[in-house]
Design a protein around this ligand. Structure first.
Ligand SMILES: Nc1nc2c(ncn2[C@@H]2O[C@H](COP(=O)(O)OP(=O)(O)OP(=O)(O)O)[C@@H](O)[C@H]2O)c(=O)[nH]1
Length: 635
């Protein structure tokens, strides 16, 4: 839901979170050079789990509801979720202990290259403890704020979470945001302090922070080293002891929540489901509460972490289901599946993800339009949070306007297009959506709405048609060392942010909450924040403007008159370049003759050029736009 906040509007649960003064990986890192094919490590993992090696169908009835735990790992970026997941998979014998087990659940090439989790993955772990066999369903979640939509949907299938905090860095902005997602969903939270092997680790200080910020007694924290495996077994035991089994009924008719879905070109949609009631098996006819379409189930199973077919899935369990659906829209995230002729009340679904950053995407060469179209279609099948509208531009030709959850999401999408579909694209500078409240009944009738959402700057309505413009705002959390507080506050004010809260989380760390206009932070806020803490804040407008002018100068064909290229911020010109005119030799036919005749000819030429300059339109070749846009995206 969009709720109006002051003169802006805010996104229901989306928290923009940033951290200052930390050594975490940057949001706006340049893209690594695309590589073709999978890295060696990736191939090794694939070889371990080819479908030919799948085991016999597994009998899941042996796991009664009391012996099931559904949990997730949440943390700030880089605090060690994926490493902990690897250790849990090893400890439960789900994967062999080898040195190659690095981020086993991160299957996408982009995830491995950037070392980030983008897509939440599920793994069912079988674990014997005190004479009982437990089924522990682990759902790995992305740490970056752009993917917090993935976090919240993963959490809806869980009863508890492991909240991982780095023993050196302590609580960071995203630790706070993720904790509150779990808290709102009323999940049990097990705090895990990771990386205690680091030289600068200070687990006692982090314990105190956890007590202060989340009100969790410090003796509940488990101190581990996911890298070395220290104390990881205690984490598994805490999952069993502190997280309750799911509250479900196996005798009731089937009620399954779709919490993720992927598309396989041979088998169709593979839906990840959490069963709240009933049982499902091959041959069952199921109905989607959303589309009302009937499908026959071909296969059910659990992810271990590769697909492991099962005879049946029972309430309380988490697994996958294949039912001949040809498009992920037929198994939308948040949808409820039930048995044909046994209709049930649908489970509360998810709020659909709202794209917050829009950019134009065009093929570098228009003849590639259809290939790119099909690549975008395939990729969006697996990422339903991207929106696609057809668009065209005089300069760049036919293309699309795509909506993303954030800038990193946009970069990852672009990188996946390049790596998985070999597509080369031009992306325009990202913008945020605005709303315009229309001024007259006639206009409201024309647009069939009181308020229109504008995702393309070219479609901004005239001022006379509008009573008010609204912009999206986000609640941001910044955690910074005390010494930078003043500078950070000045930066926030300069970005039109309104302070909401400020607390000291320990002697030298401050947590600030601000309401930010999204447009002010979407592109370079994180960079500015980082440069503040490293002491080299600078104004980028001049250098960016100059670089664009220089590129345009090199790309524009010369004309008979001089062309001035200027970069402006508002009405202030910040950079200028000149494309020199061709000079026709008007004196060529003037053999000898006196000097006044020559002067006259030159004067006439200068006047002609002046006139030309006034009326002269220049045609900017498509290439020039592409080159300019490329410099921007290279930044
Ligand atoms: N020294 C030390 N390093 C660790 C430990 N756990 C993880 N790391 C390192 O920390 C880095 C980040 O770990 P990941 O497991 O990828 O972090 P993550 O939280 O999954 O990251 P995202 O998926 O991007 O959110 C990697 O270089 C790990 O090797 C630990 O216990 N000790």
């Amino acid at each position: 839901m969009w709720t109006l906040v002051g003169r802006g509007w805010s996104h229901g649960r989306a928290l923009a979170v940033w951290a200052a003064g930390t050594a975490q990986r940057g949001r706006l890192e340049p893209l690594p050079t695309p590589t073709c094919g999978a890295p060696a490590e990736f191939r090794a993992w694939d070889r371990l789990y080819t479908s030919a090696e799948r085991k016999e169908k597994i009998d899941m009835s042996r796991f009664s509801v009391e012996n099931i735990r559904n949990f997730s790992i949440i943390a700030h970026v880089d605090h060690g979720k994926s490493t902990l997941a690897d250790r849990l998979l090893e400890l439960t014998g789900t994967i062999d202990k080898t040195k190659n087990n690095k981020q086993v659940l991160d299957k996408l090439q982009v995830e491995r290259e950037r070392g980030i989790t983008v897509k939440a993955q599920t793994a069912s772990l079988f674990y014997n403890w005190e004479g009982k066999q437990y089924l522990l369903n682990l759902i790995d979640t992305p740490g970056h704020v752009d993917f917090s939509y993935e976090v919240s949907r993963s959490l809806s299938a869980c009863q508890g979470v492991l909240l991982v905090v780095d023993a050196n860095e302590g609580i960071q902005a995203q630790t706070v945001a993720n904790f509150f997602l779990a808290f709102e969903a009323q999940l049990s939270v097990i705090p895990v302090i990771n990386k205690i092997d680091l030289k600068n680790a200070d687990p006692e200080r982090v314990e105190k922070q956890i007590e202060k910020v989340f009100d969790i007694p410090s003796d509940e924290c488990i101190k581990i080293s996911a890298k070395l495996g220290t104390n990881v077994e205690r984490v598994l035991q805490a999952v069993i002891e502190r997280i309750p089994p799911p509250k479900v009924h196996r005798k009731n008719p089937l009620r399954a929540l779709v919490f993720d879905s992927t598309f396989d070109q041979y088998r169709g949609v593979i839906a990840n489901v959490a069963l709240f009631d009933g049982v499902v098996s091959k041959g069952d006819k199921i109905v989607s509460a959303h589309t009302k379409k009937i499908h026959e189930v071909n296969e059910v199973g659990v992810l271990n972490p590769n697909e492991q077919p099962a005879h049946k899935l029972y309430a309380g369990q988490v697994g996958y289901l294949i039912a001949g659906m040809k498009d992920v829209t037929e198994a939308q995230i948040g949808d409820t599946l039930y048995l044909h002729k046994q209709q049930v009340e649908p489970l509360p679904g998810f709020k659909s993800a709202k794209p917050m950053v829009f950019a134009g995407m065009y093929p570098i060469d228009q003849s590639e339009y259809n290939n790119l179209k099909s690549a975008i279609e395939k990729l969006t099948i697996n990422d339903s949070s991207v929106t696609v509208h057809r668009d065209s531009s005089l300069a760049l030709g036919a293309g699309w306007r795509l909506g993303f959850l954030g800038l990193l999401h946009m970069e990852v999408f672009n990188q996946r297009l390049e790596q998985e579909y070999n597509a080369s694209v031009i992306l325009t500078t990202p913008t945020v959506p605005y709303k315009a409240v229309l001024s007259s009944a006639k206009l409201i009738k024309e647009y069939r709405e009181k308020e229109i959402t504008i995702i393309n700057p070219a479609q901004f309505p005239e001022k006379s048609k509008v009573t008010e413009y609204l912009e999206p705002v986000v609640l941001g959390t910044i955690i910074t060392p005390d010494e930078y507080t003043g500078k950070v506050m000045m930066l926030c004010q300069a970005r039109r942010a309104v302070q909401k809260n400020m607390i000291f989380i320990d002697q030298n760390r401050v947590m600030l909450k601000y309401l930010f206009p999204l447009n002010e932070i979407v592109v370079d806020f994180y960079d500015s924040l980082k440069s503040l803490s490293s002491g080299y804040a600078r104004d980028k407008a001049h250098s960016v403007g100059k670089a664009i002018c220089e590129r345009l100068k090199d790309s524009l064909p010369r004309q008979l008159f001089e062309i001035a290229i200027q970069a402006a911020v508002g009405s202030k010109i910040i950079a200028r370049e000149t494309v020199k005119a061709y000079r026709k030799n008007v004196l060529a036919k003037c053999y000898g003759g006196d000097i006044t005749r020559k002067m006259k000819l030159l004067k006439r030429q200068a006047e002609g050029k002046k006139k030309l300059r006034k009326v002269g339109n220049i045609e900017v070749p498509r290439d020039a736009f592409i080159k300019v846009l490329k410099t921007q995206s290279d930044k």
